[in-house]
Design a binder for this molecule. Sequence first.
Ligand code: FAS
Ligand code: PHB
Length: 389
Amino acid sequence: MKTEVVIVGGGPSGLLLSQLLNRAGVDTIVLERASRDHVLSRIRAGVLESGTVEMLRAAGVGARMERDGMEHEGCYLTDDDLMVRINFHELTGKSVMIYGQTEVTADLYAAQDAMGTTILHGVEDVAIHDVTSSAPYVEFTQGGARQRIDCAYVAGCDGFHGVSRQTIPADKRREFERVYPFGWLGLLSRTPPASDEIVYANSTHGFALVSMRSPSLSRYYVQVPLTDKVEDWSDDRFWEELSRRLPQQVAQDMVTGPSIEKSIAPLRSFVSEPLRWGSLFLVGDAAHIVPPTGAKGLNLAVSDVFYLHQALIDALKRNDMSGVEAYSDRALARIWKAMRFSWQMTAMLHRFEGEDDFAPQMRKATMLHLAQSETARRDLAENYIGLPF
Ligand code: FAS
Ligand code: PHB
């Protein structure tokens, strides 16, 4: 087989890249390890930055988002019963869109099917070859048969546990990591959200988050020790712990109900440099991971796609290699700023095991400063709605 760009990974970054490239007349093949149902069963991100909303509209997949998404002009940060509203719209003129990553991925699959693009599911043992030569190719197994695709470029959109990052020689990679000593236990319930806007709650008992997917579908998280397992947490235990971490005025009206999904996600900050190795480009979680506290994971994947799709179109359609050569540095500049924001939000809102008495004082002082300083709120708002591409 032959194509212009092989995209390894059919998650949001791989699909969005394929969508934008095919709309510009660039031929792609997407290789996805899992079944489509499995990809669409994942419950992940829920907040879209304004730049992500624009990118989805530009890719022609904004219709359902416009209809079912919820535009939010602010969010709350709380410290026990102190609640601070960050009014994004007043401070930046922009807002965010609440629309689940699962829906974004479904919209992209539907658009890709309508375009008749090639997406191969259930592929195994993907191997990326000769990316530093003028004739790169990708091998994979599907249905027991080993196959080969000759191409001009390979986009590694295969997530943190994918094969792309490992294709770059270890002595050519520089990796930065911080693993947090806790995880997030997430719960999805068919109940009206406890708040009309997202609440990031810091409390003496630990962090909690109030989010949503629709006016009747709530998404909640509580910080849990890394040693916890989902089976340690009954629904009743979850609701009780969530209530005591939220401000009284939020918890008192909360409607509880049976969980329809419950899972624990570990938290880490991670970046692998460079994002390019010959004709191989790393995109999204294949290159970086952020703690979900800043709602940046999916949005950073879209950011990488913003830079890479234009670079590949310029290279393949105009023989202009400037974007390809600049991709890694341009994408990393924005990645590191989002890395910093996500780390800062995580440090500000979580209790760390074994911390001294000084740490909670710093969290309280940060929250008080946010309450009293419009400048501090504007800095947070600018990062939360998404820095410019
Ligand atoms: P993805 O991991 O989504 O997609 C990679 C795809 O590549 C997958 O479909 C995988 O099956 C496939 N793949 C992997 N290896 C392969 C191989 N060898 N061959 C072929 N295919 C291969 N972000 C937020 O902003 N907010 C959140 O609340 C949030 N919660 C999260 C919870 C969890 C449990 C996880 C894991 C992530 C969460 N994230 C969150 C981050 C998440 O949204 C990612 O940033 C987003 O999925 C990144 O998209 P991709 O880069 O496309 O990677
Ligand atoms: C979510 O709705 O899943 C969500 C919202 C905000 C975050 C993380 C996750 O920061």
